[in-house]
Design a protein. Structure first.
Length: 344
């Protein structure tokens, strides 16, 4: 007897892909580092709609890979071991490579600490199989009543990161960028620069930046915020320093890729011209204000207007660019555009 959810997912894949394409194969990647207390429970919670499970032992000091081999009898499980620790990003990329080679259609990533509900996997996979998205990610902020359970410092950190991520990634309609519960279509994953994606704490955010430069469609999937007594690795000092610097880097790289290298539009002129006018008006106005204050002389009306007009025009041009950038969020899934170019 077929599992109801499996039938639903197969039907979605068939209606989207057409009668000549095989049924979708769903794979799960679990980065494993110091999660031996939870890893078996995470695997046991993965439903029959999943065909393969890849446990990536990222040079775990607890030898979680060997632990899974010795204690897990699930035939779907494959253990991948790293000779050196590569961080969560490196572990996920190893899982992606293995899943793609094995012919997976959709690759889901869940953490091995038991904080993600594996029963939500069909909800993450459905928008991809129906052709609505290339990549889905969890959003713990959807239900405002549920986020009260989130620790205040983590809530503040995620809010700040979400704002920075909107700017650097170009996905203005997304939130909760550090959420690690994700799914991706294999035909979109093939185009990712695996060796360039950040391997450690910035991994989830860097993924969004890379996906935007590819024109991939990303969709949030609502989920509840669940926290136990684990210690958060998300530090405010890291947000202010390392994360902020990487966001600035990705922001300028995205602007160059999307507005000058691959495409040119009116927005390509609006931003630099707006910044130039705003800078000129501000510097000119401040310089004359300081000079007038030192000599106790009021600035002439013409001088005030010469400073104010460039500032006003500059702000308007920058806002026009932001409006264009928000409207330019990818809407057509990448895996649809590249389906017939992907070599099987």
């Amino acid at each position: 007897m077929n599992h109801p959810m499996t039938s639903t997912l197969d039907a979605a894949a068939s209606s989207q892909a057409g009668p000549t394409r095989p049924a979708a194969t769903i794979a799960v990647v679990i980065p494993s580092y110091r999660v031996t207390r939870h890893i078996l429970g995470v695997i046991a919670g993965i439903g029959p709609e999943v065909a393969r499970v890849y446990v990536v032992d990222d040079k775990c000091p607890d030898a979680s890979g060997a632990f899974v081999r010795a204690n897990c009898t699930d035939p779907r499980v494959t253990v991948i071991e790293h000779a050196e620790n590569q961080g969560v990003g490196g572990a996920v990329m190893s899982g992606y490579r293995a899943a793609i080679l094995d012919g997976a259609t959709v690759i889901v990533k869940v953490d091995g600490d038991g904080q993600m509900d594996a029963s939500l996997i069909p909800a993450f996979v459905a928008p991809i199989l129906s052709g609505e998205a290339d990549y889905t990610k969890g959003n713990r902020f959807f239900n405002l009543e549920q986020i009260r359970s989130m620790p205040p410092m983590r809530l503040f950190g995620n809010a700040m990161l979400s704002l920075l991520t909107k700017l650097s990634s170009g996905y203005w309609d997304l939130f909760d960028p550090t959420n690690g519960f994700t799914a991706i279509h294999a035909d979109a994953a093939r185009f990712l620069p695996f060796d360039k994606i950040s391997q450690r704490y910035f991994f989830e955010t860097d993924m969004l930046f890379r996906l935007n430069t590819l024109g991939a469609v990303v969709v949030d999937v609502p989920m509840d915020a669940v926290y136990g007594d684990e210690v958060s690795n998300l530090k405010i000092s890291r947000i202010v320093t390392e994360f902020a610097a990487k966001h600035v880097r990705n922001f300028f790289k995205r602007l160059f890729y999307n507005y000058y290298l691959r495409n040119m539009s009116l927005a390509s002129i609006e931003l630099p011209l707006g910044v130039l006018l705003l800078t000129f008006g501000t510097v000119f106005g401040v310089a004359h204000w300081i000079d007038g204050a030192q000599h106790d002389v009021a600035a002439p009306a013409g001088t005030v207007m010469l400073a104010a007009l460039p500032v006003i025009m500059g702000v308007q041009l920058i806002l026009a660019f932001l409006a264009y950038d928000i409207a330019a969020v990818p809407r057509r899934p990448l895996h649809k555009k590249t389906r017939f170019r992907v070599q099987r």
